[in-house]
Ligand binder design. Structure first.
Ligand code: GN1
Ligand code: MG
Length: 344
């Protein structure tokens, strides 16, 4: 994206300052993200929303607006465009948004620091506590069946029907593993669990920290919609207790760091969040569910020609799928341990 175009986009937002420079942020598999420096200081995050994924981007802002109307502060602040909307529509169909950049903040792709785990626990339980009594009926569903595993498995099976023998051969171990493990999660989708307003993408690198490692808030507000606490709990924990990222090819590096889990739970218990018994019983399984579902989605996309996730090289979705499914297995073998800590 060239500087001229980004400048033009920015000129439609209510901002001050002169010399603007841009840095593309490469993490993220969906949107295009840029850090904006003004007079040498990082001041804003500019994003172009992926309209192939988010078919109704205005629904994202509708949900955020509802939250703000209830005077709940989620941390992220959107800058209004000159038409007084929290986004800009450019070239008829491109949705752009601008957010304030939290000065001196940072994110982690992976860490083994228990202090970070403790803070993640606090940030996640505070996020959920603030929505504890919110009326969900008004919120829009941003992405249908986003974390519906049975639907994701159906989509995966559909794609598998159409692959050639060579591809099937290359992925057969992974496909078999998926078919075996997927049964483990049936209990989640047959339980009647409380619907809550969820972040739905609460992985470690979507949690913002101060320089002194204090957890600030969750960023990446695209998928805030009703869901299960399991989705958020599982997504934060999978990225915290695994010392390596979901891009790692060397599967022997994928581990379950118990100290990180313990620390996360200590933080998670600090907020006054009411977790119901049937939710609590399934929290450990959610730590396997989320990487499993992301892995199935990544493999589906790989077999389908990488149409959904942005890829930097042809096998990226396959590498992620292998990594994520492997971590799911590791999490399943730590289910009893997690139960013990959660109930202690
Ligand atoms: C996508 O682009 P990013 O990293 O925010 C995806 C999430 C996955 C994540 C990584 C809308 O999020 O569900 O957890 O990749 N978001 C969407 O696996 O599909
Ligand atoms: Mg996201």
């Amino acid at each position: 994206m060239d500087k001229h175009l980004l400048n033009k986009i920015l000129s439609n937002f209510e901002i001050t300052g002169n010399l603007k420079t841009f840095k593309k942020i490469s993490s993220g598999y969906i949107n295009d993200t840029f850090k904006i420096y003004i007079d040498g200081y990082p001041r804003y995050i500019l994003q172009k929303i992926n309209s192939k994924v988010f078919l109704k981007p205005e629904d994202i802002f509708y949900n955020i607006d509802l939250i703000q109307k209830k005077s709940i502060n989620i941390g992220v602040t959107l800058v209004n465009s000159k038409s007084n909307l929290p986004y800009l529509i450019a070239n008829n169909s491109e949705y752009w948004r601008l957010m304030n950049y939290e000065y001196d903040s940072k994110t982690y792709n992976s860490t083994t620091d228990p202090k970070i785990a403790l803070e993640c626990g606090k940030v996640l339980s505070n996020f959920h506590s603030s929505f504890q009594n919110i009326d969900l009926t008004e919120f829009k569903c941003i992405l249908n069946d986003f974390h519906n595993l049975p639907v994701r498995i159906r989509q995966f099976n559909e794609v598998c029907k159409n692959i050639n023998e060579e591809t099937r051969g290359n992925c057969s171990d992974l496909i078999n593993t998926i078919n075996i493990i997927s049964k483990r999660f049936k209990i989640i989708y047959s339980s009647s669990l409380k619907l809550r307003l969820c972040h739905n993408d609460s992985k470690l690198n979507n949690i913002l920290f101060s320089k002194s490692k204090k957890g600030l808030y969750l960023i990446d507000i695209d998928t805030i919609m009703p869901g299960l606490i399991l989705y958020d709990f599982g997504d934060t924990v999978r990225t915290l207790v695994n010392p390596t990222s979901e891009e790692e090819r060397d599967l022997s590096k994928i581990k379950f760091n118990k100290e990180m889990f313990d620390s996360f739970i200590s933080g998670f218990k600090t907020a006054l969040l009411n977790i119901e018994e049937n939710e609590r019983n399934l929290l450990p399984l959610s730590v396997a569910l989320m990487p499993f579902m992301h892995g199935v989605r990544a493999l589906t996309d790989h077999l389908n020609g990488n149409k959904y996730f942005k890829v930097d090289y042809p096998d990226q979705n396959l590498i992620r799928a292998k990594n994520l499914i492997k971590f799911s297995q590791v999490a399943l073998s730590n289910e009893e341990y997690m139960k013990k800590i959660i109930n202690s």
